[in-house]
Design a protein. Structure first.
Length: 367
């Protein structure tokens, strides 16, 4: 797994299994040992407190200082649990920009350009604290405008960038049915799947929370097995943290599965430890144009040349993103030579013997 070097991590999750029974270990937060090594150095204790998420899953926050290393090793122990270890290879940093194109625009670059337009001064040392806050507010607004384009032009319904729809994985724990998803999770895309013993990927059918609840109530005590259904539900929040989501599985996994899924990523503010906006060098000029358009609207109280330039650049960026991420050939691979295994319902939908009307599915009686 990879994280940004020097950037704090909120809610790093891990699971613990009872070493005697093999089931999820619950109610153990107070007794968990939490240790960290940086670049193979001396082991130390993690500063953050352990929080129990439920069903044998726990979380801990990692500080920016703890993440300032090329390789970070984490270990969690408990007298009644099997120890778990994670090795994190960090990427990027304020001092190491080798992972990003030298033509990309960083937070520092954006501040200089907006500072010149807003204040006529590129040197941040000459800005007041309030002026720096104004510039960062403009940059944040410009990034939101770029990340979430309004409907119009080439995208009458708005546009979703390919780089904001990454693929990731999570590992299940035997007997654990619910999993808290990452803080930047904004919604599931398509079908999740898991790797099987013969190196095939088996899909997990998406359904609603209510159906998962009914299945669990109906089949309470059913033997654990490979996950067949999943649902995503929001976690209750008091507003002190951002909205989080939880993945529900049925049946309870009987062992560790690597579940792969694609999701809508929620972007974060730029920081000195995380200085590059999503999109990279290919969309750098569009991002700058968006920030300048925001500054122009606030200063002039009117749309002008920078707004027009942003709209032109935005259409160019959308065209480029579509070109780079549209397959030349698409369609159903009927011989499953790509390793995908579809269930009967998926096959019916793909081959066209299912008709939907008002949300109800009608099947051909002789498929």
């Amino acid at each position: 797994m990879s994280f940004v070097r020097g950037e704090a991590v909120t809610g790093f999750t891990f699971g613990l299994v009872n070493k005697s029974t093999g089931v999820a270990l619950t109610g153990a937060a107070a007794g968990i040992g939490k240790f960290i090594t940086k670049d193979g150095g001396t082991q130390a204790s993690i500063a953050g407190s352990i929080a129990e998420e439920g069903n044998g899953q726990y979380s801990v926050n990692l500080t920016a200082a703890e993440m300032t290393a090329a390789v970070v090793g984490l270990m969690f122990t408990h007298a009644s649990a099997v120890p778990v270890q994670f090795t994190i290879k960090t990427i990027g940093s304020p001092a190491d920009t080798s992972t990003e194109s030298t033509l990309s625009l960083s937070l520092t670059d954006l501040r200089k350009e907006i500072g010149w337009y807003w204040l006529g001064e590129r040197t941040s040392g000459n800005w007041s604290t309030d002026e720096l806050a104004q510039i960062d507010d403009i940059i944040n607004s410009g990034l939101r405008q770029f990340y979430h384009p309004a409907p119009g032009g080439l995208s009458p319904k708005g546009y979703k960038w390919s780089f904001m729809e990454p693929t990731t994985t999570l590992s299940t724990v035997a007997g654990t049915e619910d999993y808290t998803l990452s803080a930047n999770f904004g919604g599931m895309i398509g079908i999740a799947s898991y790797a099987t013993a013969d190196n095939r990927w088996s899909p997990i059918e998406t359904t609603g929370e209510s159906r998962i609840r009914l299945l669990r109530q109906r089949d309470s005590g059913t033997a654990q097995s490979n996950p067949r259904f999943m649902a995503v539900r929001p976690i209750s929040s008091n507003g002190s943290n951002g909205q989080r989501f939880q993945l529900m599985l049925w049946p309870d996994p009987d062992k560790a599965y690597t579940v792969s899924y694609r999701y809508h990523a929620l972007p974060s503010k730029l920081t000195t430890g995380n200085p590059y906006p999503l999109g990279g060098e290919a969309h750098a000029e569009t991002i700058l144009a968006s920030c300048l358009a925001v500054a122009e609207a606030r200063q002039e109280n009117n749309a002008g040349i920078h707004t027009a330039n942003f709209m032109q650049r935005l259409q160019a960026s959308i065209s480029y993103d579509k070109l780079m991420h549209t397959p030349e050939v698409s369609g159903y691979n009927g011989d499953v030579s790509d390793g995908l295994a579809f269930n009967e319902q998926d096959n019916r939908y793909i081959n066209g013997d299912v008709v939907q009307y008002n949300g109800s599915a009608f099947y051909d009686s002789n498929p």
